[in-house]
Design a protein around this ligand. Structure first.
Ligand SMILES: Nc1ncnc2c1ncn2[C@@H]1O[C@H](COP(=O)(O)OP(=O)(O)OP(=O)(O)O)[C@@H](O)[C@H]1O
Ligand SMILES: [Mg+2]
Length: 413
């Protein structure tokens, strides 16, 4: 079941909204219905967001992003269409039921932090739980935990004004995490931050998401941010969906001139992340004997495999040659190569090249607890960077271009 599903959603402001929906459903552009004196903010928007996905809604100012997100948590009633949250159509709920969905299922992080200036950082983080009537002790415990998750342990008793903008936004994020809802909506949450702090926050969000598995709907007008964060990106144009796809799909196959122009200057090595290009890894269990491991690898058609402990934590790599020579009695430990590069899912592809160059092994993508999420092999890395339309014959050029970009990126850091 999708975490959130929008089906033919419309939001038109103005008295003749219903007539406007009819005309818009017929394919009219919103500028063509100017005589109705309405503002068509969201037009025929449909999508599904899977549990644990980061779904980014991107578009220029006025494209309808905030209006859309406000319909997803019931703050705005759609003119037409439905919104389902975990299978419940929230457009049919009573006000009281809706409030419950909002406090238990969905939290929201705003651009301008929306903190209470006279409450401590701790009480701000605990706010969502307070609204829900959770006892103080439990509230404080959860708020402390989430402040620690966002790196604000030790700041609990300060007031928001004593914190920098980046730290204030961390409090906003901690509040959403403390509320412990499965879904977090973020409307331009990082847009007010300086570029470097903004990057840090993006990294932190990706890392938190990899370990907590929240469903996140993130709004931004910044394409680089969208590509870096989104498992999938929904590009809005004048209230309508222009395209929905992964960063890679949108880069490789923009479905219109509009989207193509949008993405033409994107630096792939910066926006694509280890998490977005990784493949499912071949992995064997540390308890297997060499012969079993070898068989599993042959079946998977690979000569290398990651070795994991029972908690899926990464121990190292084995290769087929070494396994062939290994003594069954000694187990995998005797041929384990621990020299494998580990990166977090948020690592930019630009930062993978120098690692890939120094080793025959794929790069391991791991979460904060060193659990294996995926693998990035060298050919995956190059394929991810090849511009669309490159076939095998053109690979050498693509490789050279990619390598050049990587060297530049590496030196710049
Ligand atoms: N309450 C309202 N009444 C009338 N028009 C509205 C209302 N809210 C939004 N609009 C209009 O709907 C359109 C979409 O606005 P929205 O705020 O959703 O855009 P946005 O993509 O979030 O833009 P930004 O990037 O500037 O935040 C705009 O033309 C806006 O003026
Ligand atoms: Mg907005």
């Amino acid at each position: 079941m999708p975490a959130v599903r929008a089906e033919k959603l419309y939001k038109v402001f103005g008295r003749r909204a219903d007539r406007a929906v009819e005309l818009l459903a017929d394919g009219r552009h919103r500028d063509e219905i100017a005589d109705l004196n309405v503002t068509a903010a969201v037009i025929d928007v449909s999508f599904e967001v899977s549990p644990g996905e980061i779904f980014v809604v991107m578009g220029l100012s006025g494209s309808g992003k905030s209006t859309l997100i406000r319909m997803l948590n019931g703050l705005l009633e759609p003119t037409s269409g439905t919104v389902e949250v975990a299978g419940t159509d929230i457009t049919r709920l009573s006000a009281a039921e809706l409030r419950r969905v909002r406090s238990e299922k969905i939290s929201m992080v705003f651009q301008h932090f929306a903190l209470f200036p006279h409450r401590t950082v701790l009480d701000n983080a605990a706010y969502g739980l307070e609204v829900r009537g959770i006892a103080r002790e439990e509230r404080v415990r959860k708020a402390r935990e989430s402040l620690e998750l966002v790196g604000l342990a030790g700041w609990e008793e300060r007031l928001p004004t004593q914190l920098s903008g980046g730290m204030q936004q961390r409090v906003g994020l901690a509040r959403a995490l403390a509320a412990d809802t499965d879904i977090i909506l973020m409307d331009e949450a990082f847009s007010a931050l300086d570029p470097l702090i903004r990057r840090d926050m993006q990294t932190q969000l990706l890392e938190l998401q990899a370990s907590l598995g929240k469903t996140i709907i993130f709004i931004t007008h910044d394409l680089n941010e969208a590509m870096r964060l989104g498992d999938r990106i929904c590009v809005l144009r004048d209230g309508r969906v222009a395209q929905i796809g992964t960063a890679q799909e949108i880069l490789d196959s923009p479905n219109s001139d509009y989207v193509a122009r949008f993405v033409e200057d994107v630096d792939r090595t910066r926006v694509l992340t280890a998490g977005s290009v990784m493949a499912p890894p071949t992995a064997v269990d540390s308890g297997q004997d060499p012969r079993e491991a070898l068989r599993a690898m042959r079946e998977a058609g690979t000569d290398r495999a990651f070795v994991l402990d029972p908690q899926r934590r990464l121990l190292g790599v084995v290769n087929a040659d070494a396994l062939d020579r290994a003594d069954d009695a000694e187990g995998l430990g005797s041929v384990l190569d621990t020299g494998v590069h580990r990166v977090g899912p948020a690592t930019a592809v630009a930062d993978l090249f120098h690692r890939a160059a120094g080793t025959p092994h794929p790069i391991a993508v791991v979460d904060g607890s060193d659990r294996l999420l995926g693998a990035v092999a060298r050919d995956t890395l190059l394929a991810a960077l090849a511009p669309p339309g490159h076939d095998a014959g053109e690979k050498d050029t693509a490789t050279a271009v990619a390598a050049g970009v990587a060297v530049d990126g590496g030196e710049a850091r």
